[in-house]
Design a protein around this ligand. Structure first.
Ligand SMILES: [Zn+2]
Length: 167
């Protein structure tokens, strides 16, 4: 494991300096994510650059993993290859979330502290579909997949706060 992987740092300072983090870690190190997948086997690869684009503090790059989920039809493991196109604008308050350009997804950091681990987990959790299934597994007419949507995505609140069609 990379030293400092779970250590908190000030992302605004790091973005101001400009820095890229690269590495590979065991998926099991991401405990919040590990609790949401069928199996925590496998690795997570990442390359994340902290920088400033104009006045925006940015985290950009890619997080890759093969997530093992449970097929909601046959209840067997289904592998979901994930490769994110990460483009986050670091904001210090909910007010700033609203001001952020649509080009960025908001990364709310209220106490000027975040760990790489948190960013990797959030990026991968967003990739988990509400209903995972094999391509060949059809949802039977009698099932009620809409129930799965009750699982709240922790980021849906932020998505709602971000005004649509911001000019
Ligand atoms: Zn299946």
């Amino acid at each position: 494991m990379l030293p400092g992987f779970s250590e908190c740092f000030d992302p605004f300072v790091i973005a101001e300096r400009g820095r890229t983090y690269r590495g590979v870690i065991a998926l099991g190190e991401l405990d919040r994510l590990a609790g949401c997948v069928f199996s925590d086997h496998g690795e997570v690869g990442y390359e994340l650059t902290f920088s400033k684009e104009g006045s925006v503090f940015v985290v950009s790059g890619q997080v890759k993993a093969d997530l093992i989920l449970e097929c909601q039809v046959c209840l067997e493991a289904v592998v979901l290859p994930v490769s994110t196109d990460t483009r986050l604008g670091i904001v210090g308050s909910l007010d700033e979330v609203g001001e952020l350009s649509d080009a960025y997804e908001p990364l709310l950091v209220t106490d000027k502290k975040i760990a790489l681990k948190d960013i990797l987990e959030e990026e991968l959790l967003l990739e988990i579909p509400l209903i995972a299934r094999h391509d060949g597994c059809k949802i039977a007419g009698g099932s009620r997949p809409e129930q799965a949507q009750e699982k709240d995505n922790p980021f849906s609140i932020l998505a709602e706060l971000k005004p649509e069609g911001d000019q």
